[in-house]
Design a binder for this molecule. Structure first.
Ligand code: TYD
Ligand code: ZN
Length: 405
């Protein structure tokens, strides 16, 4: 099989989840029989070290008008973006810079950039509804994906960008090489490209297999990023580990010939453990965790206790559809704060999504914590956890260890 990053024929399958529904495909009852199922296969290229989906589904099936994600849906993420903007604007030290965001969502980050003195901002957002919302909020947004041809057109009218930002976006793009060609073309000579995405070593460390779903085409490490950038005459100059999304890495990139920081080089050296053997070991751990969770939910149901899901995340689609169907159906409902998800059903196993107050009006013994990446925020703000009225349940033993310590 060909690696979709480096093009070599060395791509190996690591995990096969079988057919899965669209991860963000929350649906109404009348659409149950129209739901599509697509193979979900996770692979690794031992040559360029890029972990990736094998034959991912077409982007039109994912990022359409129904796409429900909103940046501003979490307080913590909003402050994360504000800090990111502060830090990178200071780093480039350019007065009134032109800032581009790839995957600009509802425009929150670019709004913060404007507030910090950006001379001009431009977002690229293929999910129409969300991009239009950004436009309404006064953020200049192109309602299309960032692509090489479009980047070339854009610089003719707007000029090159001093700063290009992509947060949790590059891992979603279908044609990664095309986007990087676009970045190379659109970035000013002394410009900075900053992107951050879930970090493969953290996924391996906590066995967070729920990061694997149709939208996440790429699972980056410093090593795979260095290899990928080299092919596009771009250079990694620095990194900054992030807590978001259960462990992410922020990468700082310039045009080639810039020296790499000590920190980035150290991370690169520490990643030598990532090889085919480690990836196969991960596959074994994932299989164990799925079996374990299926058993736990089965026991809870048999003993007459009740369980709900907390947050209808995209990640939850992988968990719910890879465990046994009966075990998944032991979950009475899933709460979520996002209005467009409420009154719909979860993809595949069709568990009702309800507003969070269901946990008070229809109490349960346990919640399976699907938004584990927001746990530090949730446990502080949600009284059901503060007062220990329900117990959180974790989908992997290592996340349970992480949050109980
Ligand atoms: P997110 O972290 O974006 O995960 P994914 O990328 O897997 O979808 O998911 C956040 C979801 O969790 C979103 O639907 C809102 C919901 N949510 C809650 O219901 N309550 C909360 O307290 C938080 C922080 C999020
Ligand atoms: Zn490769």
């Amino acid at each position: 099989m060909n690696c979709r990053a480096c093009g070599s024929g060395s791509l190996k399958e690591i995990l096969n989840f079988g057919n899965m529904p669209i991860a963000n495909g929350f649906l109404s009852e009348r659409n149950f029989d129209k739901e599509g199922w697509y193979p979900l296969r996770f692979g690794f290229c031992p040559l360029c070290k890029m972990a990736q989906l094998i034959s991912p589904v077409h982007p039109n099936l994912l990022f359409n008008e129904n796409y429900p994600f909103l940046t501003a849906s979490s307080d913590w993420m909003v402050s994360h973006f504000a800090n990111l903007v502060d830090e990178v604007m200071e780093r480039i030290g350019q007065p009134n810079p032109f800032v581009i965001e790839i995957g600009s969502n509802d425009g929150s980050l670019l709004k913060a950039a404007k507030g910090k003195g950006a001379g001009k901002v431009l977002g690229f957002e293929p999910a129409n509804k969300i991009g239009s919302l950004a436009r309404k909020n006064g953020i200049n947004t192109i309602l299309a994906p960032f692509e090489y041809l479009q980047a070339q057109l854009m610089i003719q009218t707007e000029g090159p960008a001093h700063l290009i930002i992509a947060t949790n976006t590059l891992c979603h793009v279908h044609d990664l090489n095309d986007v990087l060609r676009g970045v190379k073309a659109a970035l000013a000579r002394n410009g900075l490209f900053v992107f951050e995405d879930p970090y493969l070593p953290d996924i391996l460390r906590y066995t967070t297999y729920d990061q694997i779903y149709d939208e996440h085409k790429w699972y980056f490490s410093v090593t795979s990023v260095v290899n990928m950038l080299e092919r596009h005459h771009l250079a990694l100059i620095d990194i900054e580990p992030q807590e978001v999304h259960g462990g992410s890495m922020r990468y700082y990139v310039t045009h080639a010939d810039s020296p790499i920081s000590k920190k980035a080089y150290q991370a690169y050296s520490q990643e030598r453990f990532i090889d085919l053997g480690r990836m196969q070991e991960f596959a074994g751990e994932v299989t164990y965790e799925i079996k374990n969770l299926t058993q736990t939910l089965g026991e809870i149901a048999r003993s007459g206790r009740t369980v709900a899901g907390y947050a209808a995340t995209s990640k939850s689609t992988t968990i719910l559809n890879s465990m046994g169907y009966d075990a998944a159906r032991a979950i009475s409902y899933i709460t979520d704060t996002t209005p467009v998800k409420q009154e719909k059903f979860s993809p595949g196993v069709h568990i009702p999504i309800v507003p969070p107050d269901a946990l008070l009006t229809n109490p349960v013994d346990y919640v399976l914590m699907f938004a584990w990446n927001h746990w530090n925020e949730i446990r502080k703000k949600d009284s059901i956890f503060r007062e220990k009225r329900v117990l959180p349940l974790w989908h992997t033993t290592k996340i349970a260890e992480k949050y109980s310590s």
